[in-house]
Design a protein around this ligand. Structure first.
Ligand code: ADP
Length: 398
């Protein structure tokens, strides 16, 4: 079956067409600046040239129409007509407590997703717009929603509750939800498969380090804890997000800087993380690694602080699972920054980790980066959220 995978943001839309039998991506691309002047579509068929075109996209329906046109284009398309697309898989950011699994989308599901909008006001409404636009253009094609939060729904109460009055959980469902679940699930299962071990007999820690970053503890195939919380601001230090801070800093800063809550939240989301720590050198780890190699103190400070936080979380998840067998690194930074992996592992001598520096410098493979004698295995597993969404879609409608 050919599965159209869509990840819809408020002004952008990423897509892939995946053949579920070969698990190959047949075409992929991106629509940017939807609803803004200068909308642009990028389309690349597998093995073909990448094309970019400026084309007006006043809304997501028009963006999806253009994508479908590109996929069926007689010259560069990869299907003859839309009937060849068997199903659509949509990434949905927040499924609240309602969705512990992917679901086939119908009117009832749409209403339930809408109820979660409060919990992810930037993401869920955009996801819903994408789903509705797709339903309009492909009314007879089954659609599946795959939630970023679903994999984490197995966390026990002691891991997902905050130390707040319990009535806030009862009234507003304030709790840890966690994000990047599709990636944590895919990477942990893949690590077990690559090692030839039983997924349900392993203790795995997954470090998903991208622009946003989160870490999870996966025990016997189930998530037992994760670092992002009610929102994706909690946990690790990220590209521009602060991660964990003393909550009293918000009031302290508001007084000192004469700023409102919204402004402080914007600082925590957009001006903090390694960008803020490096005195605005960069949020991109390629720049920070360059800076580190040149001895730039701002880059060194940002990288060291970032890696210390990752190592500290690993320690707490070793405690949560009473041990660890495998630690996986994934996503943009986790897959491509050997320096970050090496700094994190410097803190983990107590786990008997011995890094294999040659393997640590390889790219793009599922690979163990520790020596065969290392007591704990550290791996790099490139994530593939689109493939995971396509698999879920076929599982439900195939
Ligand atoms: P997201 O999906 O959260 O937008 P990604 O997982 O694509 O993010 O990660 C993007 C980040 O990965 C970039 O901001 C950059 O810091 C980092 N990155 C990408 N390529 C490299 C590289 N070759 N070396 C170091 N870091 C890299």
């Amino acid at each position: 079956m050919k599965v159209f995978v869509i990840n819809c943001g408020s002004s952008s839309l990423k897509f892939q067409l995946i053949d579920s039998e070969s698990e190959k991506c047949l075409a992929k691309g991106l629509c940017e600046r939807i609803g803004i002047d200068g909308s642009m579509i990028t389309y690349a068929p597998e093995g073909g040239e990448k094309e970019k075109a400026i084309s007006p996209m006043p809304d997501h329906t028009e963006a999806i129409r253009l994508v479908l046109e590109a996929l069926t284009n007689p010259k560069t398309g990869v299907v003859k007509n839309l009937d060849e697309i068997g199903a659509v898989g949509h990434r949905v950011v927040h499924g609240g407590e309602k969705f512990a699994e992917s679901v086939v989308i119908d009117a009832e599901v749409l209403a339930a997703v809408e109820e979660c909008n409060d919990l992810a006001p930037l993401h869920n409404p955009a996801n819903l717009i994408g789903i509705n636009a797709c339903r309009k253009l492909m009314p007879n094609t089954p659609m599946v929603g795959v939630f970023d939060t679903a994999f984490h729904q197995t966390m026990p109460e002691e891991a997902y509750l905050y130390g707040l009055p319990y009535e806030y959980y009862r009234k507003y469902k304030i709790r840890r939800y966690g994000f990047h679940g599709t990636s944590h699930s895919y990477v942990s299962a893949r690590a077990a498969a690559v090692l030839g071990k039983q997924y349900d007999e392993l203790k795995i820690i997954v470090c998903h380090l991208g622009n946003g970053a989160s870490i999870s503890a996966v025990k016997n195939g189930k998530c037992v804890d994760t670092s992002m919380g009610l929102t994706p601001l909690e946990g690790l230090i990220m590209g521009t997000r602060s991660g964990d801070i003393d909550p009293a800093i918000i009031e302290f800063l508001a007084h000192k800087e004469g700023k409102g809550i919204d402004e402080i939240m914007s600082v925590l989301n957009k001006k903090s993380g390694v960008l803020g720590l490096s005195e605005n050198l960069s949020s991109d780890f390629r720049d920070l690694e360059d800076g580190y190699n040149k001895g730039d103190v701002n880059a060194i400070r940002a990288l060291k602080t970032y890696c210390y936080r990752v190592a500290k979380y690993i320690g707490s998840y070793v405690a949560a699972m009473n041990g660890v067998d495998v630690i996986c690194f994934t996503a943009g930074v986790g897959e491509n920054a050997p320096l970050v992996r090496s700094f994190v592992c410097e803190h983990l001598g107590y786990l008997g980790i011995e890094l294999d520096e040659e393997a640590n410098h390889k790219r793009g493979e599922d690979i163990a980066v520790t020596t065969p004698g290392s007591r704990t295995t550290v791996m790099v597993i490139p994530t593939n959220e689109e493939l995971a969404i396509a698999r879920e879609t076929v599982r439900l409608v195939g």
